[in-house]
Design a protein around this ligand. Structure first.
Ligand SMILES: NC(=O)c1ccc[n+]([C@@H]2O[C@H](COP(=O)([O-])OP(=O)(O)OC[C@H]3O[C@@H](n4cnc5c(N)ncnc54)[C@H](OP(=O)(O)O)[C@@H]3O)[C@@H](O)[C@H]2O)c1
Length: 285
Protein backbone atom coordinates (compact mmCIF):
# COMPACT_ATOMS: atom_id res chain seq x y z
CA UNK A 1 0.00 0.00 0.00
CA UNK A 2 1.33 3.42 -0.97
CA UNK A 3 2.41 6.22 1.36
CA UNK A 4 -0.28 8.90 1.13
CA UNK A 5 1.16 12.36 0.49
CA UNK A 6 -0.75 14.60 2.86
CA UNK A 7 -1.27 17.91 1.05
CA UNK A 8 -3.54 19.25 3.76
CA UNK A 9 -0.91 18.86 6.49
CA UNK A 10 1.86 20.36 4.36
CA UNK A 11 -0.36 23.24 3.25
CA UNK A 12 -0.99 24.09 6.91
CA UNK A 13 2.77 24.32 7.48
CA UNK A 14 3.23 26.58 4.46
CA UNK A 15 0.30 28.79 5.47
CA UNK A 16 1.65 29.12 9.00
CA UNK A 17 5.02 30.24 7.59
CA UNK A 18 3.21 32.79 5.42
CA UNK A 19 1.17 34.00 8.41
CA UNK A 20 4.27 34.49 10.57
CA UNK A 21 6.18 36.26 7.81
CA UNK A 22 3.20 38.47 6.99
CA UNK A 23 2.92 39.51 10.64
CA UNK A 24 6.56 40.61 10.71
CA UNK A 25 6.35 42.42 7.36
CA UNK A 26 3.18 44.29 8.31
CA UNK A 27 4.74 45.45 11.55
CA UNK A 28 7.90 46.55 9.80
CA UNK A 29 6.35 48.28 6.77
CA UNK A 30 2.97 49.32 8.10
CA UNK A 31 1.44 48.03 4.87
CA UNK A 32 -0.67 44.89 4.49
CA UNK A 33 -0.10 42.54 1.53
CA UNK A 34 -3.16 42.83 -0.69
CA UNK A 35 -4.43 40.28 -3.21
CA UNK A 36 -7.17 41.23 -5.68
CA UNK A 37 -9.11 38.41 -7.32
CA UNK A 38 -11.17 39.17 -10.42
CA UNK A 39 -14.20 36.94 -10.87
CA UNK A 40 -16.21 37.10 -14.09
CA UNK A 41 -19.71 35.63 -14.22
CA UNK A 42 -21.32 33.12 -11.87
CA UNK A 43 -19.59 29.78 -12.42
CA UNK A 44 -20.34 27.91 -9.14
CA UNK A 45 -16.95 26.11 -9.10
CA UNK A 46 -15.09 29.40 -9.64
CA UNK A 47 -17.18 31.11 -6.95
CA UNK A 48 -16.32 28.32 -4.53
CA UNK A 49 -12.56 28.47 -5.37
CA UNK A 50 -12.60 32.24 -4.87
CA UNK A 51 -14.29 31.89 -1.46
CA UNK A 52 -11.58 29.36 -0.49
CA UNK A 53 -8.84 31.79 -1.53
CA UNK A 54 -10.49 34.62 0.41
CA UNK A 55 -10.72 32.50 3.56
CA UNK A 56 -7.07 31.49 3.27
CA UNK A 57 -5.98 35.12 2.86
CA UNK A 58 -7.91 36.22 5.93
CA UNK A 59 -6.37 33.44 8.05
CA UNK A 60 -2.84 34.45 7.10
CA UNK A 61 -3.30 38.21 7.50
CA UNK A 62 -3.33 38.99 3.77
CA UNK A 63 -5.93 41.50 2.64
CA UNK A 64 -8.21 40.06 0.00
CA UNK A 65 -10.56 41.90 -2.36
CA UNK A 66 -12.81 40.15 -4.86
CA UNK A 67 -13.86 42.27 -7.83
CA UNK A 68 -16.85 40.81 -9.64
CA UNK A 69 -17.79 41.50 -13.23
CA UNK A 70 -20.87 40.31 -15.09
CA UNK A 71 -20.64 37.63 -17.77
CA UNK A 72 -21.06 40.25 -20.55
CA UNK A 73 -18.02 42.36 -19.56
CA UNK A 74 -15.95 43.47 -22.58
CA UNK A 75 -12.25 42.97 -23.29
CA UNK A 76 -11.70 46.72 -22.99
CA UNK A 77 -13.43 46.89 -19.60
CA UNK A 78 -11.25 44.04 -18.35
CA UNK A 79 -8.09 45.72 -19.68
CA UNK A 80 -9.10 49.02 -18.03
CA UNK A 81 -9.72 47.28 -14.71
CA UNK A 82 -6.37 45.47 -14.79
CA UNK A 83 -4.57 48.66 -15.78
CA UNK A 84 -6.09 50.38 -12.77
CA UNK A 85 -4.97 47.54 -10.46
CA UNK A 86 -1.48 47.48 -12.02
CA UNK A 87 -0.94 51.11 -11.05
CA UNK A 88 -2.66 50.95 -7.65
CA UNK A 89 0.13 50.97 -5.06
CA UNK A 90 -2.10 49.34 -2.44
CA UNK A 91 -2.47 46.19 -4.61
CA UNK A 92 0.39 43.68 -4.57
CA UNK A 93 -1.14 40.65 -6.30
CA UNK A 94 -3.69 40.25 -9.10
CA UNK A 95 -5.41 36.97 -9.87
CA UNK A 96 -7.83 36.46 -12.74
CA UNK A 97 -10.04 33.49 -11.82
CA UNK A 98 -10.15 31.10 -14.79
CA UNK A 99 -11.97 30.09 -16.89
CA UNK A 100 -13.37 33.35 -18.19
CA UNK A 101 -16.25 33.53 -20.73
CA UNK A 102 -15.24 32.55 -24.26
CA UNK A 103 -16.02 35.95 -25.83
CA UNK A 104 -13.11 37.38 -23.83
CA UNK A 105 -9.53 37.20 -25.11
CA UNK A 106 -7.91 35.42 -22.17
CA UNK A 107 -4.39 35.63 -23.63
CA UNK A 108 -4.68 39.40 -24.11
CA UNK A 109 -6.19 39.93 -20.67
CA UNK A 110 -3.69 37.74 -18.81
CA UNK A 111 -0.81 39.44 -20.68
CA UNK A 112 -2.01 42.80 -19.41
CA UNK A 113 -1.40 41.87 -15.75
CA UNK A 114 1.81 43.41 -14.47
CA UNK A 115 4.40 40.58 -14.20
CA UNK A 116 5.31 41.97 -10.76
CA UNK A 117 1.75 41.36 -9.51
CA UNK A 118 1.20 38.11 -11.42
CA UNK A 119 0.59 35.74 -8.47
CA UNK A 120 -0.43 32.92 -10.83
CA UNK A 121 2.74 33.18 -12.92
CA UNK A 122 0.72 33.10 -16.16
CA UNK A 123 1.95 36.28 -17.87
CA UNK A 124 4.33 35.82 -20.84
CA UNK A 125 7.26 37.29 -18.88
CA UNK A 126 6.87 34.82 -16.02
CA UNK A 127 6.16 31.88 -18.35
CA UNK A 128 9.37 32.67 -20.27
CA UNK A 129 11.40 32.94 -17.06
CA UNK A 130 10.16 29.53 -15.95
CA UNK A 131 10.90 27.99 -19.35
CA UNK A 132 14.40 29.47 -19.17
CA UNK A 133 14.90 27.80 -15.81
CA UNK A 134 14.89 30.96 -13.70
CA UNK A 135 11.25 31.28 -12.71
CA UNK A 136 10.36 33.56 -9.80
CA UNK A 137 6.57 33.62 -9.77
CA UNK A 138 5.83 29.98 -10.43
CA UNK A 139 2.24 28.83 -11.13
CA UNK A 140 0.69 27.73 -7.83
CA UNK A 141 -0.29 24.13 -8.63
CA UNK A 142 3.10 23.04 -10.03
CA UNK A 143 4.87 24.90 -7.23
CA UNK A 144 2.75 23.00 -4.71
CA UNK A 145 3.60 19.68 -6.36
CA UNK A 146 7.34 20.40 -6.13
CA UNK A 147 6.95 21.23 -2.44
CA UNK A 148 5.20 17.91 -1.83
CA UNK A 149 7.98 15.97 -3.58
CA UNK A 150 10.52 17.86 -1.51
CA UNK A 151 8.67 17.30 1.78
CA UNK A 152 8.58 13.54 1.17
CA UNK A 153 12.27 13.58 0.12
CA UNK A 154 11.46 12.17 -3.29
CA UNK A 155 14.59 12.37 -5.42
CA UNK A 156 13.93 13.63 -8.94
CA UNK A 157 17.44 13.54 -10.41
CA UNK A 158 17.67 11.07 -13.27
CA UNK A 159 14.15 9.77 -12.67
CA UNK A 160 11.66 9.16 -15.45
CA UNK A 161 9.03 11.86 -14.86
CA UNK A 162 5.91 11.61 -16.99
CA UNK A 163 3.29 14.33 -17.10
CA UNK A 164 -0.18 13.53 -18.44
CA UNK A 165 -1.60 16.82 -19.77
CA UNK A 166 0.04 19.79 -21.46
CA UNK A 167 -2.00 22.77 -20.21
CA UNK A 168 -0.39 26.16 -19.60
CA UNK A 169 -1.44 26.10 -15.96
CA UNK A 170 -0.31 22.61 -14.93
CA UNK A 171 1.22 20.28 -17.54
CA UNK A 172 3.80 22.57 -19.14
CA UNK A 173 4.99 24.35 -15.97
CA UNK A 174 5.33 21.14 -13.93
CA UNK A 175 7.28 19.58 -16.83
CA UNK A 176 9.65 22.58 -16.76
CA UNK A 177 10.11 22.32 -13.00
CA UNK A 178 10.80 18.58 -13.11
CA UNK A 179 13.30 19.17 -15.93
CA UNK A 180 15.01 21.87 -13.89
CA UNK A 181 15.22 19.37 -11.02
CA UNK A 182 17.11 17.03 -13.38
CA UNK A 183 14.26 14.65 -14.13
CA UNK A 184 13.98 12.95 -17.53
CA UNK A 185 10.68 14.38 -18.62
CA UNK A 186 8.01 13.07 -20.98
CA UNK A 187 4.84 15.05 -21.66
CA UNK A 188 1.73 13.17 -22.81
CA UNK A 189 -1.60 14.48 -24.13
CA UNK A 190 -4.78 13.39 -25.85
CA UNK A 191 -2.91 12.34 -29.00
CA UNK A 192 -0.31 10.20 -27.21
CA UNK A 193 -0.34 6.64 -28.51
CA UNK A 194 -0.64 3.86 -25.93
CA UNK A 195 -0.84 6.22 -22.98
CA UNK A 196 -0.97 3.56 -20.27
CA UNK A 197 2.20 1.90 -21.57
CA UNK A 198 4.06 5.25 -21.60
CA UNK A 199 2.75 6.21 -18.17
CA UNK A 200 3.66 2.86 -16.64
CA UNK A 201 7.37 3.52 -17.30
CA UNK A 202 7.34 6.57 -15.02
CA UNK A 203 9.05 6.78 -11.66
CA UNK A 204 7.11 9.99 -11.05
CA UNK A 205 3.71 10.29 -12.74
CA UNK A 206 1.86 13.62 -12.67
CA UNK A 207 -1.71 13.39 -13.91
CA UNK A 208 -3.56 16.56 -15.02
CA UNK A 209 -6.09 15.62 -17.68
CA UNK A 210 -9.49 16.36 -16.18
CA UNK A 211 -10.79 12.80 -16.76
CA UNK A 212 -12.17 11.42 -13.52
CA UNK A 213 -10.54 8.18 -12.33
CA UNK A 214 -9.14 7.39 -15.78
CA UNK A 215 -5.67 6.45 -14.53
CA UNK A 216 -5.83 3.04 -12.86
CA UNK A 217 -3.14 0.56 -11.82
CA UNK A 218 -2.32 -0.32 -15.46
CA UNK A 219 -0.82 3.20 -15.81
CA UNK A 220 1.33 2.85 -12.72
CA UNK A 221 4.78 1.29 -12.37
CA UNK A 222 5.27 -0.63 -9.15
CA UNK A 223 6.58 1.77 -6.47
CA UNK A 224 6.01 4.91 -8.57
CA UNK A 225 5.10 8.33 -7.18
CA UNK A 226 1.63 9.31 -8.41
CA UNK A 227 0.53 12.94 -8.21
CA UNK A 228 -3.13 13.45 -9.02
CA UNK A 229 -3.96 17.03 -10.02
CA UNK A 230 -7.47 16.36 -11.32
CA UNK A 231 -10.55 17.69 -9.59
CA UNK A 232 -13.95 16.55 -10.80
CA UNK A 233 -17.31 15.90 -9.24
CA UNK A 234 -18.91 12.55 -9.97
CA UNK A 235 -22.33 12.04 -8.40
CA UNK A 236 -21.57 15.10 -6.29
CA UNK A 237 -18.41 13.49 -4.87
CA UNK A 238 -14.98 15.02 -5.47
CA UNK A 239 -12.49 12.79 -7.25
CA UNK A 240 -9.25 13.06 -9.17
CA UNK A 241 -7.99 11.76 -12.50
CA UNK A 242 -6.54 8.72 -10.75
CA UNK A 243 -8.50 5.71 -9.59
CA UNK A 244 -7.08 5.96 -6.09
CA UNK A 245 -8.23 2.55 -4.90
CA UNK A 246 -6.53 0.68 -7.74
CA UNK A 247 -3.47 2.91 -8.23
CA UNK A 248 -2.61 3.08 -4.52
CA UNK A 249 -2.14 -0.70 -4.41
CA UNK A 250 0.75 -0.39 -6.89
CA UNK A 251 2.22 3.09 -6.22
CA UNK A 252 4.95 3.85 -3.67
CA UNK A 253 3.56 7.33 -2.94
CA UNK A 254 0.23 8.84 -3.98
CA UNK A 255 -1.75 12.05 -3.46
CA UNK A 256 -5.41 11.77 -2.49
CA UNK A 257 -8.28 13.89 -3.84
CA UNK A 258 -9.36 15.80 -1.87
CA UNK A 259 -6.46 16.55 0.46
CA UNK A 260 -3.56 16.37 -1.99
CA UNK A 261 -2.61 18.95 -4.61
CA UNK A 262 -5.66 21.22 -4.05
CA UNK A 263 -4.71 22.63 -0.62
CA UNK A 264 -1.11 23.10 -1.77
CA UNK A 265 -2.29 25.27 -4.67
CA UNK A 266 -3.93 27.72 -2.27
CA UNK A 267 -0.92 27.71 0.09
CA UNK A 268 1.36 28.56 -2.85
CA UNK A 269 -0.97 31.36 -3.92
CA UNK A 270 -0.46 32.94 -0.50
CA UNK A 271 3.29 32.44 -0.79
CA UNK A 272 3.31 34.06 -4.24
CA UNK A 273 1.29 37.01 -2.95
CA UNK A 274 3.86 37.54 -0.24
CA UNK A 275 6.65 37.23 -2.80
CA UNK A 276 5.04 39.99 -4.92
CA UNK A 277 4.56 42.14 -1.83
CA UNK A 278 8.20 41.78 -0.80
CA UNK A 279 9.44 42.72 -4.27
CA UNK A 280 7.12 45.71 -4.47
CA UNK A 281 7.94 47.13 -1.03
CA UNK A 282 11.62 46.34 -1.52
CA UNK A 283 11.84 43.67 1.15
CA UNK A 284 13.47 40.98 -0.94
CA UNK A 285 17.19 40.52 -1.29
N1 LIG B 1 -5.73 20.64 -7.70
C1 LIG B 1 -5.64 21.86 -8.21
O1 LIG B 1 -5.32 22.82 -7.53
C2 LIG B 1 -5.89 22.03 -9.68
C3 LIG B 1 -5.38 23.14 -10.36
C4 LIG B 1 -5.58 23.22 -11.75
C5 LIG B 1 -6.30 22.22 -12.39
N2 LIG B 1 -6.83 21.20 -11.66
C6 LIG B 1 -7.56 20.10 -12.31
O2 LIG B 1 -6.62 19.36 -13.08
C7 LIG B 1 -7.24 18.82 -14.24
C8 LIG B 1 -6.49 19.31 -15.46
O3 LIG B 1 -6.58 20.73 -15.51
P1 LIG B 1 -5.97 21.57 -16.71
O4 LIG B 1 -6.39 22.97 -16.52
O5 LIG B 1 -4.54 21.25 -16.86
O6 LIG B 1 -6.84 20.93 -17.93
P2 LIG B 1 -6.92 21.29 -19.47
O7 LIG B 1 -6.46 22.67 -19.76
O8 LIG B 1 -8.28 20.86 -19.90
O9 LIG B 1 -5.85 20.30 -20.11
C9 LIG B 1 -6.04 18.93 -20.07
C10 LIG B 1 -4.87 18.25 -20.72
O10 LIG B 1 -5.08 16.85 -20.63
C11 LIG B 1 -4.97 16.27 -21.91
N3 LIG B 1 -5.94 15.18 -22.02
C12 LIG B 1 -7.28 15.26 -21.98
N4 LIG B 1 -7.83 14.05 -22.11
C13 LIG B 1 -6.80 13.18 -22.23
C14 LIG B 1 -6.72 11.77 -22.41
N5 LIG B 1 -7.82 11.01 -22.48
N6 LIG B 1 -5.51 11.21 -22.49
C15 LIG B 1 -4.39 11.98 -22.42
N7 LIG B 1 -4.40 13.32 -22.25
C16 LIG B 1 -5.59 13.89 -22.17
C17 LIG B 1 -5.27 17.37 -22.91
O11 LIG B 1 -4.60 17.04 -24.11
P3 LIG B 1 -4.66 17.99 -25.42
O12 LIG B 1 -3.71 19.11 -25.13
O13 LIG B 1 -4.19 17.10 -26.51
O14 LIG B 1 -6.08 18.44 -25.56
C18 LIG B 1 -4.70 18.59 -22.20
O15 LIG B 1 -3.34 18.75 -22.49
C19 LIG B 1 -8.71 19.28 -14.13
O16 LIG B 1 -9.44 18.27 -13.49
C20 LIG B 1 -8.65 20.50 -13.26
O17 LIG B 1 -9.86 20.74 -12.57
C21 LIG B 1 -6.63 21.08 -10.35
Amino acid sequence: MAVIIDGTALSKKVKEQVRLETEVLVQKNNITPHLVVILVGHNPASESYVRGKERACIKTGILSTVIKREENVTNQEMLDLINELNTDNSVHGILLQLPIPSHLDSELIISSISPRKDVDGFTPVNVAKLANGNGELIPCTPKGIMKMLDEYQIDITGKQCTVLGRSQIVGKPIANLLLKANGTVTICHSKTINLSAVASMADILVVAIGKPKMVDDTYVKSGAVVIDVGISKVDDILCGDVDFEKASKKAGFITPVPGGVGPMTIACLLENTLLCFKKIVGESK
